[in-house]
Design a protein around this ligand. Sequence first.
Ligand code: ATP
Ligand code: MG
Length: 245
Amino acid sequence: MIEAEGITKRYGDFLAVDDVSFTAQAGEVIGFLGPNGAGKTTTMRILTGFLPATDGSARIAGHDIFNEPLAARRAIGYLPENPPLYPEMDVAGYLEFVTRIKDVPRARRRSAVESAIERCGLKDVHRRVIGSLSKGFRQRVGIAQAIVHDPRVLILDEPTVGLDPIQIREIRSLIAALADPGKSEARTIVLSTHILAEVEAICPRVILINQGRKVVDSSLAELTAEGQSLEDVFARVALRAGEAA
Ligand SMILES: Nc1ncnc2c1ncn2[C@@H]1O[C@H](COP(=O)(O)OP(=O)(O)OP(=O)(O)O)[C@@H](O)[C@H]1O
Ligand SMILES: [Mg+2]
């Protein structure tokens, strides 16, 4: 579903992402971890076609993000760090607008919007103007716009940041349900977070990057097999980086 090969991003002399490769299959939920500035957002923006890479290539559901950007982007749902919400639009109207951008056939738009509203718990606010919603509800709208066209691959940049504990729990179960949707095809989900408990709760696989390089790519079970917590693993990696700097 995702094949990333040697993704590299330079800003002048600064190497923000350094030769990151990984593949992810349908049904996988990957926790994408790393200290502040590690390169998570940059990698996600490259994978979703929002930022050109300096080097490397990536395929999403078989489509090259550089040579077939439209097909690749149709297969992707992306929750950016700051979702591009239109504050003056109402929730349902905005989601309908997104289905058009994403080329959802006209006949399917209404049901796509209704389904995203339902799954993200937005029923009670679907006629409200986005600018009047609380942060948590705006985050749900951000997730709704990422899933409304039923993409096979979801890239979520800190999906639960700023949410209250109840909403965090709801969004986590939504993410888990999206990964394993029962009858329909399984999706591939990559989510970045600083909440390690979140990874332990919903991500069977962990990719840790540090100073732009992939340093861990392992199952959660393997990582924590010898009684060490994910926090131990994270701290060790971040500490090593501090010594090197
Ligand atoms: N446009 C830019 N020009 C120069 N440097 C940039 C630019 N965008 C990002 N960077 C740098 O690239 C590095 C990686 O940033 P990125 O936002 O990908 O980190 P991150 O892992 O998402 O961090 P966080 O956990 O804080 O969200 C940082 O050092 C950042 O300052
Ligand atoms: Mg980031």
